[in-house]
Ligand binder design. Sequence first.
Ligand code: FMN
Length: 322
Amino acid sequence: MMEWTDRHCRFFHRLLTRRALLYTEMITTGAVLHGDRARLLAFDPAEHPVAVQLGGSDPEALAASARICADLGFDEINLNVGCPSDRVQDGRFGACLMAEPELVGRCVAAMKAAVAVPVTVKCRIGIDDQDPEQALEALTRAVEAAGVDALIVHARKALLAGLSPRQNRDIPPLDHGRVHRLKAAHQRLPIILNGGIASLDAAAGHLALLDGVMMGRAAYQEPWRLIEVDTRLFGEPASFATAKAAAAALIPHVERELARGTRLHAMTRHILGLFHGVPGARALRRHLAVHAVRPGAGAGVLADALALVHDGDLDLPRIVAA
Ligand SMILES: Cc1cc2nc3c(=O)[nH]c(=O)nc-3n(C[C@H](O)[C@H](O)[C@H](O)COP(=O)(O)O)c2cc1C
């Protein structure tokens, strides 16, 4: 998610769940091919498995970008066919590609020919006055014929004229049923549902019928939910017993990044929703809001903030010094 799932967010989320697949923000082929690649595509090996999402519609540029990303070690290459922003429409990619399934098929075929890792697509159920029954079916057939490894469907339309990107994430109604019908019609294609999945209970319900679920805002705004993903959905032990223990484990990463010149707030902004129903959570947010944004703020600010939260008995000063 743009401006949200940067490498600091992903590093933090990986502490919370070993098994969930993490996605980068969308990166355009122009940025991959001509931009500051080292910065835009940087990720920590600890983030694996991590997928990169590309924005573009030129098969050759997408193939070249996919190859660069695969060579850097990304575990999956995902093509964005769902973003409704004006900038993206000007570039003729994102959600407006729902109207060009044949082109999306060629993009997928070119990417598949370029890399050995899975190539996936994230789309909407339709745009504007398209009929979702036909539009999603046409897109699915095109990408399935091109060998796509999975299709992630944000289960609402995008309305390209008149709604902002933010409104396009809320106003067109969700239609999870459309995605369940798609799965029934395409049994062999892995289909992953996205949109409005707000809890692991809801995720588990869909997982009985689909191949995967993608959580967007709930994962970012309420990251405490991720601590139970490995136990609830994968039958494996959780990495941490408490949110506070998970946040404390972030401190060595924070210290490494501060030494490289990263600002503290760039990292701590991602943990603000971590504490749910825990005494001191508001005090932590207030502490970080005031102190983490200050130039030169150090890891001690995070340790002090965590000391305000009462859900564990960690010796934070010792962790900072370790
Ligand atoms: C701030 C923000 C940025 C987003 N950026 C992207 C993006 O780069 N690529 C993408 O496919 N979807 C993006 N989305 C959409 C989400 O991935 C997701 O499809 C949408 O929020 C619906 O899922 P949710 O209800 O679980 O959040 C973004 C959403 C938000 C809130």
